[in-house]
Design a protein around this ligand. Structure first.
Ligand SMILES: C[S@@+](CC[C@H](N)C(=O)[O-])C[C@H]1O[C@@H](n2cnc3c(N)ncnc32)[C@H](O)[C@@H]1O
Length: 204
């Protein structure tokens, strides 16, 4: 049987998770993002289509094997990217909670990969943006972290909403959010109002 090539593998993965290029594009445009760190990226290389420098980090064997074909990935990105500059793509096949040899970036991407914001915020420029979902509670931890300012949410239509933010991260009957439990369970609390993605700015 002919083995799948790297780009076919990426396209299959993209079809499975949904194409996130528009999501990354609107965030990169709104906040003038030139560099990003994507811990727990697996093989979601869509950020490189819209952001010139992206560092991907994942310790899963499948991701490590995928990024071994870096020349093919770079060629694909060069042919499809939306910016003028040459692209700079780096992959680190390691645990993102261990020390990463990277310069501070403008954006950190956290998608279904644990407490990425908490573990890697030290690599985010002050003023930089954290884009995260709350599938494992990463957005919740960021919301109650003084290092971050809650900027907005992004729904299914990929529009940034920055109004009525006090309506998010609110539990029924105004119960307090139990952060210890969130860390233990790695699950988002059942809030009254939720969004697909959340945006935070690092303020310290
Ligand atoms: C559910 S997948 C999500 C992948 C991608 N972010 C997406 O949304 O399509 C989670 C990925 O995070 C990676 N991951 C989880 N914890 C990690 C860690 N501590 N260090 C490096 N990679 C990690 C896993 O190997 C896996 O590839």
């Amino acid at each position: 049987m002919k083995s799948r090539n790297t780009i076919e593998e990426y396209h299959e993965y993209r079809d499975k998770i949904g194409n996130r290029t528009e999501l990354y594009r609107i965030v990169a445009k709104r906040y003038g993002v030139a560099s990003a760190l994507y811990p727990g990226s697996h093989i979601d290389i869509a950020p490189s289509l819209v952001i010139p420098k992206v560092i991907y980090v994942d310790n899963f064997k499948g991701a490590i094997n995928f990024f071994k074909n870096m020349e093919m990935i770079k060629k694909y990105i060069a042919e499809n990217k939306e910016y003028e500059k040459p692209s700079d793509i780096v992959f680190m096949g390691q645990d993102y909670s261990e020390e990463l040899d990277v310069e501070p970036v403008d954006l950190i991407i956290s998608q279904y990969a644990g407490f990425v914001g908490q573990e890697t915020k030290k690599y985010l420029n002050t003023g930089g943006i954290l884009l995260c979902n709350d599938s494992h509670g990463d957005a919740t931890l960021s919301r109650f972290d003084d290092d971050f300012e809650f900027l907005g949410v992004i729904g299914k239509n990929n529009r940034i909403i920055d109004t009525k933010l006090d309506d998010y991260f609110v539990l029924p009957r105004s119960k307090n959010v139990d952060l210890v439990k969130v860390k233990e369970k790695m699950k988002e609390p059942k809030y009254k109002l939720i969004a697909e993605n959340y945006l935070f700015r690092k303020i310290k």
